[in-house]
Write a protein that binds this ligand. Structure first.
Ligand code: VGL
Ligand code: ZN
Length: 213
């Protein structure tokens, strides 16, 4: 496989055991994408690779268990915005929060942990969800990529309908060219695929349907 231009980076979103079948917040067929992503990293086809790691403190505000009387997958208002309440997942330092051990992460140039603010969720690799006061602090990733001359990003990982989608939307909003490696993503909610595709089209994101790009 030929090396891609140095202006293209691969973003691998939240490839962690808690998002795999049997995990705390399993994505539908989440493990099906692991061999393809492992092969992509091993090929060294991308000169720049960024991995994100969902990394919540215990008692995080996105956990249903932090809201007495609430159940996982209910939606509440948090900081004035809708917030899906999740099962406890990706708790800092637990095995389910590790990067997937089937991938050789030596090819990753940056490992970005997100969701560390106890009060605020963070789906996107680029900025937190709405927090108190309505602010959405940047993670600095857009600047990190720009400093390296990167203007094109390819995204894969979990979950297709949350963290990969939100990262793709923010990448496009940051002025990057964005390719969504559809077959190297899997959703929390398979029924949501049509609306995910529509949201990506609206954001101007290119959907790549090949098994390996
Ligand atoms: C994710 C829900 C909660 C994701 C992370 O990686 O898509 N979804 N935390
Ligand atoms: Zn999370």
């Amino acid at each position: 496989m030929p090396t891609l231009p140095a202006t293209t980076a691969l973003l691998v979103i939240d490839l962690q055991p808690d998002f795999m079948p049997g995990g705390a917040l399993a994505c539908h067929e989440g493990d099906a994408i692991v061999p393809g992503i492992a092969a992509l990293l091993a090929s060294r086809r991308y000169r720049t690779v960024v991995a994100t790691q969902d990394w919540h403190p215990p008692g995080h505000a996105s956990f249903a268990s932090s809201h007495p009387g609430r159940a996982p997958f209910e939606t509440i208002a948090l900081h004035g915005q809708p917030q899906v309440l999740w099962p406890d997942h990706c708790v800092q330092g637990t095995p389910g929060a590790a990067l997937d051990p089937r991938v050789d992460w030596r090819a990753a140039d940056l490992i970005l942990r997100k969701g560390t603010n106890p009060q605020v969720d963070s789906y996107s690799a680029f900025r937190e969800n709405h927090g108190p006061g309505g602010t959405r602090p940047s993670t600095g990733l857009a600047g990190w990529l720009r400093e390296r001359g990167i203007d094109d990003v390819h995204l894969c990982g979990l979950a297709r309908d949350y963290c990969v989608l939100w990262s793709a939307q923010d990448a496009a909003a940051a002025g990057l060219r964005v390719r969504f490696l559809w077959e190297l993503t899997r959703p929390v909610t398979p029924d949501g695929d049509a609306s995910t595709r529509e949201a990506l089209r609206t954001a101007g994101v290119d959907i790549d349907n090949r098994d390996i790009p």
